[in-house]
Design a protein around this ligand. Structure first.
Ligand code: FMN
Length: 308
């Protein structure tokens, strides 16, 4: 019932681990798969090892809602290849998230990941507290990088969208036109928290990205809007904390979902959500989660009322 095919990737569940959470080692990603995830996305990996920002780099701002500026701390692709190879020995569906300073560096990192066994590449052009955010806010830069990578890579290419833009439609369309096999909506929302006693921003970097419960309705609206015009699949991401959140993403038009922040509660949440999804589908007499994709669009929303 939960089997999902997304751009040729065959997943036993539509729930994918989001980038940046538990995605740096073979053993942590293996645990997430054992808990029932259909695939894992790695932490964003760059050309060389890089330290993240200093602590405090992650804080809980409301229950279940976090702000982080961990930066793009990662071991670098040459080191990370060892983890990719171990995952592939266990035949784990693996999406490697990559970033770089130029299109050529993205390609170099992505090619190394592909050669080591990645089943798909996700490009992070959207981190709100790193320099890569500049690509994801410009439609031409987005089109160029996607087209450039698609000409060289053989595995599916997903584009992680930056919600911190005025016109997400033009960026998503640029990704599609460039040949992307899917988009992930959304990355974190740019945010800041200031300590009233010390009168300074709490995160060491100053600002960060908001994730978790509070961003879920925003992510649902983005997926709903994107579904109206995109032909490529949408992977919903943002604030999943329960089975209802997954269903909502599907009703809005998602073909799969990613879960990140809620794993702070324990990875068993994935097992629970899978169980509840099956119960919901059975109770409502659906045979597959695919059957509910985009159903919310059948409801005609009210037009702007006339003035009396
Ligand atoms: C601590 C932390 C680190 C993250 N690191 C990355 C990253 O390296 N690359 C990326 O594309 N997204 C990263 N993200 C964003 C998540 O993948 C996801 O898009 C976002 O958190 C929304 O989903 P969630 O509310 O389920 O966490 C990170 C999020 C968090 C909380």
């Amino acid at each position: 019932m939960l089997e999902t095919n997304i751009s040729g990737l065959k997943l036993k569940s539509p729930i994918i681990l989001a980038s940046g959470i538990l995605g740096v080692s073979f053993s942590s990603m293996m645990r997430v798969i054992d808990a029932g995830a259909g695939a894992v996305t790695t932490k964003s990996i760059g050309p060389k090892a890089r330290k993240g920002y200093k602590n405090p780099s992650i804080i809980e701002v409301y229950p279940g809602t976090f702000m982080n500026s961990v930066g793009l701390g990662n071991p670098g692709i040459d080191e990370f290849i060892l983890e990719i190879k171990k995952l592939k020995e266990h035949n784990i569906p693996l999406i490697v998230s990559v970033f770089g300073d130029t299109n050529e560096i993205y390609l170099d990192v992505a090619t190394k990941a592909e050669n080591a066994g990645a089943d798909a590449i996700e490009i992070n052009i959207s981190c709100p507290h790193a320099e890569v955010s500049s690509i994801g806010i410009d439609k031409d830069l987005t089109f160029n990088i996607v087209k450039f990578l698609k000409e060289k890579l053989t595995v599916p290419l997903f584009v992680k969208l930056n919600p911190n833009v005025t016109n997400l439609k033009e960026i998503a369309l640029a990704a599609e036109k460039g040949g992307a096999d899917g988009v992930v909506a959304i990355n974190t929302l740019a945010a800041m928290k200031i300590d009233v006693n010390t009168r300074r921003p709490i995160l060491s970097h100053g600002s960060g990205g908001l994730s978790g419960k509070a961003i879920h309705p925003i992510a649902v609206k983005k997926v709903y809007d994107l579904f109206k015009f995109l032909k490529i699949p949408i992977i919903g991401c943002g604030g999943i904390d329960s089975w209802e959140d997954v269903i909502e993403f599907f009703l809005a038009g998602a073909s799969a979902v990613q879960i990140g922040t809620a794993l702070y509660k324990g990875i068993e949440i994935i097992t629970e959500i899978n169980k509840d999804l099956i119960r919901y589908l059975k109770e409502n007499e659906y045979t597959s989660i695919k059957d509910i994709k985009g159903l919310a669009h059948q409801y005609k929303t009210q037009e702007v009322p006339d003035f009396d």
